[in-house]
Design a protein. Sequence first.
Length: 222
Amino acid sequence: MIQKKLEAVIFDLDGVITDSAEFHFMAWKKLADKLGIYFDREINERLKGVPRMDSLNIILERDSIPDRYSQEEKEALANEKNDDYVDLIKTITPNDLLPGISNLLHDLQNRKIKTAIASASKNASMIVERLQAGHLFDFVADAGAIKNQKPAPDVFLVSAENISVPPENCVGVEDAAAGIIAIKAAGMVAVGIGDKNILKGADLVLPDTAALTYEVIQEVFG
Ligand code: B16
Ligand code: MG
């Protein structure tokens, strides 16, 4: 029987390591304005943790003509948004790591606890590079190579496999409801960052990353 022991922490990126949601908002807003579609911060909340094409479909729900665009046209719109988003994330620096994250990652590294990024973003590697945090992660998942997106467990399972840690010895950290479902479906302990009424099913919910320490993670792992 495998002994249950905390061996790895697998992090979501946007909303946990850094807050790239504002850049997603700006890029989607530019596209929505160009298309003449209403888009605001409340709708933007629904895009958190959601893959790019699904996000576009949520925005197009407000279009006056349903199904106006072909799949090919939608691909072009999603690419256009991504080009703007990539321009915006070029401004990310190590100062954009969320509160407490740098200390936590160094602490985990000193304690020989492995770390990985399990993000829905195809830009995850570029963001980690901009944050100059690549050396603090043992693995960054490639969202483009993941078959089923969150709430499916795939990205967390692929991450655990790549760092050679059984899922039951991993803690996952997420700010989106779909991400918490994915972590639990992967058989991991789930820590939510945000609102406990939204992140139902998490083993622990913290209001922000400043409260996320090795001690807290070890305690919830049990
Ligand atoms: P991209 P996460 C997610 O990142 C974002 O929260 C979500 O808003 C975005 O649509 C998704 O990545 C895809 O991002 O367009 O860069 O591939 O929270 O899973 O780290
Ligand atoms: Mg997120």
